[in-house]
Design a protein around this ligand. Structure first.
Ligand SMILES: NC(=O)c1ccc[n+]([C@@H]2O[C@H](COP(=O)([O-])OP(=O)(O)OC[C@H]3O[C@@H](n4cnc5c(N)ncnc54)[C@H](OP(=O)(O)O)[C@@H]3O)[C@@H](O)[C@H]2O)c1
Length: 272
């Protein structure tokens, strides 16, 4: 069984960093292994630290940890890097979830760091149901990969990428994807109103349908979405009438390809 890193420093405990810390502890990381650096800890983080005995902003020089996990806003990196660069040694694995910050950006700002993993989680990580994909540079050891898998599986599903440039595509699919599902729910509710239903009922039907279908897909993970779709589509029936529109030439698939390509291009542009 892969071990946890013996000493882990988390820099930034906002929405994502806070969710990761909670997920790690729930999955069995020893509280004594974790140090959190966060200038304005939320009430949840302060009480988590107090109740579990986690070092929160210890205010002393820290010895180099096994892992330095960065979860600040990407635009804070330049300001944060000089303060944390001294914590890392050549043995420290840097795990970054900063959108748009490449391995080269990170090693330029943390010159001691040799082993760097760049990960892209998504919003449902906050409830332990995220999807994360990550790229490891050539200096990352097998043991360090094991730590990352353990830590990132604590907040949901996890995949390794062989190529750093794939992160832009991942950003376009799972990183931004929760917003597409929210937009789909809004569109379904708007269609319900167009068919004459009351707004409250429309939203209730749309939300309930998206939630229920997602849960069904989760519970029946061995059945493909295409099979689940076919199972509810009788030939010549109502669902078939809608799918003939959704799967037409201007339909959902081509629209999604264009939307995801726009997100991928924007991610590449932002990464410079
Ligand atoms: N949210 C998502 O869905 C998502 C998905 C994928 C990737 N990410 C990445 O996750 C990262 C964090 O995003 P977030 O949504 O969690 O942002 P956030 O809630 O703003 O969290 C960032 C935290 O870092 C703290 N911080 C700022 N300067 C610091 C310093 N010098 N030392 C230690 N902590 C410091 C911030 O404190 P202040 O509030 O005081 O500045 C804040 O609490 C981003 O880089 C983002 O690209 C997020």
């Amino acid at each position: 069984m892969t071990q946890w890193p013996a000493r882990l420093v988390l820099v930034g405990a906002g929405k994502m960093g806070g969710a990761m810390a909670q997920g790690w502890l729930d999955a069995g990381l020893a509280a004594s292994s974790l140090t959190i650096l966060e200038p304005k800890p939320s009430r949840e983080i302060a009480s988590l630290a107090a109740s579990r005995g986690i070092a929160l902003n210890p205010g002393i020089a820290l010895p180099p940890p096994d892992m330095l996990a960065l979860a600040v806003k990407p635009q804070s990196l330049d300001q944060v890097a000089p303060g944390v660069a001294g914590i890392a040694s050549a043995r420290t694995l840097v795990l970054s979830i900063l959108a748009g910050k490449t391995v080269a950006d990170l090693t330029a700002r943390l010159p001691q760091a040799r082993a760097v993993v760049r990960a892209m989680p998504n919003l449902p990580a906050a409830i332990g149901r995220g999807v994360t994909a990550a790229f490891a540079n050539a200096n990352v050891t097998g043991e360090q990969r094991g730590w990352c898998e353990r830590l990132l599986r604590a907040i949901g599903a996890f995949y390794w990428l062989d190529d750093e440039s794939a992160i832009d595509a991942v950003t376009a699919i799972s990183g931004s994807g929760p917003a597409y599902v929210f937009a789909l729910t809004e569109a379904l509710a708007a269609a319900a109103e167009r068919l004459g239903l009351e707004p409250e009922l429309s939203m209730g039907l749309a939300r309930g349908t998206v939630e229920g279908a997602a849960e069904l897909m989760r519970r029946d993970s061995s059945t493909s979405p295409a099979t689940l779709r076919r199972n509810v589509t009788s030939p010549g029936g109502t669902t078939a009438a809608a799918l003939a529109v959704l799967q037409g030439p201007d339909g959902l698939q081509n629209l999604m390809i264009r939307a995801a390509a726009a997100a991928r291009d924007r991610a590449a542009e932002m990464a410079g």
